[in-house]
Ligand binder design. Structure first.
Ligand SMILES: Cc1cc2nc3c(=O)[nH]c(=O)nc-3n(C[C@H](O)[C@H](O)[C@H](O)COP(=O)(O)OP(=O)(O)OC[C@H]3O[C@@H](n4cnc5c(N)ncnc54)[C@H](O)[C@@H]3O)c2cc1C
Length: 478
């Protein structure tokens, strides 16, 4: 139990220096940033709390890439395209998918082999010269929130603590851990917003007969099971099985309502409950769906599948209005085509109807449509040498429910890593960078950026007044 007392301690710890960029978190955003910066000759340290790269795609077993094309053409490019094409060439993409998936097919995702993806990321980081440090966790930061500058961060690793200095930093922790420690203004789900979108503990399953199992029958089976009173919580919203191999799938089922990923007690309880739900849903598939009679759970994920926790307040906050307008920007660093995917907050029929309306009908993009992700979503407001990449970018709840998906996170990562290198070479601050030069560099590296007009300064947007933003309680610098 936490007592109201505090304990001060000071200790001399070894200092490491000489890095151009330190990236916190080795998920899609972090790998995108680290590989892109290192390929440009930067000395990059990638710090990852677990023993594997890929973030949710591997540690949380969410081994599927969402929408990569809009029905007419692909929206991805650069490193993301390289990842898909390389994994496909190596047989690491689930059977039955082919390049049409990332070149044309609209509104569908693509499963991959988790192990093959892990190895690919190891290999790409090594080839680019990224120093990857596993089992190292960012636990503190030294920053000047007035000058909006980060000096260094404290890592905890097996040898003890280290203070690591660098010229630039990218927070790709998903939860904006580093940004929060630095004193960046952010929004925390459940505290600055009324609810927290529920997480799910995903699992790896095997033994599915894909000659007879069809995803289209899932929902009808859920309805039958609900009528039978099968589930321990009557949740209509079951994303279900996503094929990853010959007989394998990931199971994305079991909402952990009201679980807070930024609260250790809640997270610990969530892991236990998630494992119980994984067992229940595996049995559901066995009993209710053809082709699943031999299904078995191989393992549940070692990490929680978090949909929402904390997002920074950035130079631009991409919001639902931008999405509805299918807005493109002169300084967009990626384009994307997924609709908002805000999961149900409870098991009520009203919530399911709301989700269904938003995700399946009202908000779906028409063939050929896309929207832009402007550079400013990566830059904490006014900060000089700090970027975020991935889920914790500046966006409202609905849009975050679209661009938190892995392809968009990799593209944001590529942009953040490229911007960090430009900032060092041109002596530019993150918030004042020449965005025209950035766009040109990203295009030269294969990014799909169709905007005709570019601009030298980034597109900014004031913080919305109807959502409160808070200054974190923890400020890293003394
Ligand atoms: C249940 C579920 C299903 C999903 N389904 C899909 C899907 O079908 N398709 C799709 O494309 N996307 C899907 N997503 C979304 C997607 O997987 C994530 O939003 C995406 O991986 C976020 O990328 P990221 O790089 O921001 O963070 P993450 O993938 O979360 O990676 C963050 C990394 O940072 C590390 N880290 C965290 N804190 C620290 C620290 N203090 N120090 C060092 N390292 C740290 C973590 O260990 C992790 O490796 C799903 C998400 C969930 C939860």
């Amino acid at each position: 139990m936490t007592s109201p007392c505090t304990h001060n301690f000071s200790r001399a710890i070894p200092v490491e220096s000489g890095y151009d960029l330190v990236v916190a978190g080795g998920g899609p955003g972090g790998c995108g940033a680290a590989i892109s910066a290192a390929r440009k000759g930067a000395r990059v340290l990638l710090v990852e709390a677990t023993g594997t790269l890929g973030g949710m795609g591997t540690s949380a077993m969410v081994s599927a890439w969402s929408h990569m094309a809009n029905g007419k053409h692909s929206v991805i490019g650069g490193l993301m395209l390289e990842l898909v094409e390389t994994l496909y060439a190596r047989g690491g993409i689930a059977p039955s998918y082919d390049p049409a998936f990332w070149n044309t097919i609209h509104n569908r995702g693509l499963g991959y082999n988790t192990e093959a993806y892990k190895r690919l990321l190891d290999e790409l980081c090594e080839a680019a010269g990224v120093e990857v440090r596993f089992f190292a966790k960012v636990i503190e930061a030294e920053a000047d929130p007035t000058r909006k500058e980060v000096h260094g961060l404290i890592l905890h690793q097996v040898e003890g603590m280290r203070f690591v200095e660098a010229k630039t930093f990218v927070d790709a922790t998903g939860d904006a851990i580093l940004a929060d420690l630095c004193g960046v203004v952010s929004r925390r789900a459940g505290r600055d917003t009324p609810h927290i979108m529920p997480p799910t503990l995903c699992s790896a399953l095997a033994g599915i007969d894909y000659e007879r199992f069809h995803r289209k029958h899932q929902q009808e089976a859920v309805e039958r099971a609900l009528a039978d009173g099968y589930f321990s919580q009557p949740d209509r919203h079951v994303p279900g099985l996503f094929r990853t191999g010959k007989t394998t799938a990931i199971l994305n089922a079991g909402h952990l309502f009201n679980m807070d990923a930024l609260d250790t007690v809640s997270l610990s309880e969530g892991m236990r409950n998630g494992r119980l739900l994984a067992r229940e849903y595996t049995e559901f598939f066995k009993q209710y769906l053809e082709g699943c009679e031999e299904i078995e759970i191989v393992t549940s994920a070692p990490a929680m599948g978090v949909r929402e926790s904390r997002r920074i307040v950035g130079e631009y906050e991409l919001d639902y209005e931008d999405y509805q307008a299918r807005r493109h920007f002169p300084d967009q660093i990626a384009i994307y085509c997924k609709q908002p995917d805000v999961h149900v907050y409870d098991t009520s029929p009203e919530e399911y109807a709301r989700y269904h309306r938003e995700f399946e009908s009202m908000d779906v993009l028409q063939p050929g449509e896309s929207y832009g992700i402007p550079y400013g979503v990566l830059v904490p407001k006014g900060w000089r040498n700090l970027w975020v990449a991935g889920r914790c970018c500046a966006s409202d709840l609905k849009v975050n429910g679209a661009i938190r998906d892995q392809p968009a996170c990799v593209m944001m990562g590529q942009a953040a890593g490229t911007a960090a290198v430009q900032a060092i070479r041109r002596k530019q601050s993150a918030a004042e960078i020449d965005t025209r030069e950035l766009i040109e560099t990203l295009r030269a590296d294969g990014a799909n950026l169709p905007q005709r007009e570019t601009a030298t300064t980034l597109t900014r947007k004031e913080v919305r007044s109807d959502e409160c933003a808070i200054v974190p309680t923890l400020v890293g610098s003394p």
